[in-house]
Design a protein around this ligand. Structure first.
Ligand SMILES: [Zn+2]
Length: 375
């Protein structure tokens, strides 16, 4: 395979390991060193959850290494990926910040740091920023700033947080409205896994296995049933790092339950089905119209079935680098996807780059460089 073809791959969900000492320098002087947290060198981010801590388990060699920009560039070249869309790691706990002032300042500091460190240095790096969802009016201002002024693809919302209402709540409508106006992406990403009936579950592996899809299914339920796709028809939402199978569960279960538990809805608050439409049709319609995207890896048991049922338009190839993976495992994931005889060439191209292009509004890296145009 030629280099040009390989570079067609877009990584729809990579991660930065935060350089905490440097991010502090972007925070106002009054905050520096004032957090009572001792984690990660007095991190400005809250601890992710009690399930990750005080528990010994082994992850692959090099996992969660702070590879920095240079390490990321080596990884992209080695695996043959053109562009990556970077998400936070420590900020997956961002929803737990209860000081609104702190949330506003930390979002701004993180976004400025990732812009200076990655985005401004190479057009191969794109980013989904942090926004202070604790105070939606401020989140709107920060979303506008990072998209318009800094060229971010959009922002991430954590799937879990402290006293966070479900993501269909009116609290978040200003954020969805602004994302629609800006034409940017909003992605939901898990990582904090408490309050999901697993608070005393060991070993850790099933917490990781279930935490991501459970969080996404609950977020998806709030969004679908509260009619977010009806109210904000230009909004594009992504559901990352939980695989593809949960989407099928939602399609099946949501459809049956909505028919057996008919909601009295005198004020038209909930989703609006078209005549004769079932929930599965409603979800498929919004997938087809480019509003629902789902992160996936290359080697997933259900990916072919997911494409058969949901079509190839939602699924976005994601590396998750440098979390539990390295270049070798990512190359293996890509091989598995390329060799999957149940997927067509069209399916594979959709998953590897076309869906990311539509979700994040990206041009392919090679084309992008030739034109010298970063808009
Ligand atoms: Zn991720």
């Amino acid at each position: 395979m030629s280099t040009a073809t390989q570079h067609k791959i877009i990584d729809g969900d990579g991660h930065v390991m935060e350089d905490i000492a440097t991010i502090w320098k972007y925070m106002p002087e009054e905050y520096v060193g004032k957090s009572f947290s001792d984690a990660r060198g007095r991190s400005p981010f809250p601890p992710i959850d009690h399930l990750h801590t005080a528990n010994r388990h082994f992850t692959p060699k090099g996992a969660f290494a702070n590879v920095g920009r240079e390490g990321w560039e080596v990884f992209l070249e080695e695996v043959g990926i053109g562009t990556t869309v970077l998400y936070t790691s420590a900020g997956l706990a961002f929803g737990k910040i209860v000081s609104r002032d702190w949330a506003i300042e930390l979002a701004r500091a993180y976004n400025n740091w990732i812009y200076d460190t990655y985005l401004s240095k190479s057009s191969r790096f794109k980013a989904m920023g942090l926004i202070p969802l604790q105070e939606p009016a401020e989140a709107v201002i920060e979303l506008r700033r990072i998209v318009r002024d800094l060229g971010f693809c959009g922002a991430m919302l954590p799937s879990m947080g402290a006293n966070m209402p479900h993501l269909g709540s009116e609290k978040y409508w200003p954020i969805y409205g602004e994302a629609e106006r800006l034409g940017c992406a909003i992605a939901i990403h898990g990582g904090a896994h408490e309050n999901l009936l697993m608070d005393d579950l060991t070993p850790y592996a099933p917490v990781n296995a279930l935490g991501h899809p459970m969080g996404q299914m609950i977020c998806f339920a709030g969004i679908v049933f509260n009619g977010i796709f009806d109210k904000f028809p230009g909004l594009r939402l992504g559901f990352m790092e939980a695989g593809s199978a949960w989407l099928l569960t939602c399609m099946e279960r949501f459809t049956g339950s909505w028919e057996s538990h008919v909601q009295y809805d005198p004020r038209g608050r909930f989703l609006q089905l078209r005549k004769g439409e079932k929930i599965i049709d409603y979800i498929l319609r919004h997938i087809d119209e480019g509003r629902i995207f789902v992160g996936c890896e290359g080697e997933e048991l259900t990916i072919s079935e997911a494409v058969r049922i949901a079509g190839n338009k939602p699924f976005v190839f994601s590396t998750d680098y440098p979390h539990e993976v390295d270049a070798e495992t990512c190359k293996h994931e890509l091989e598995e996807l390329r060799e999957n005889s149940e997927l067509s060439t069209d399916d594979k191209e959709a998953i590897l780059f076309r869906n990311s292009q539509r979700f994040y509004q990206l041009t392919l890296w090679g084309h992008f460089e030739e034109k010298g145009d970063d808009t």
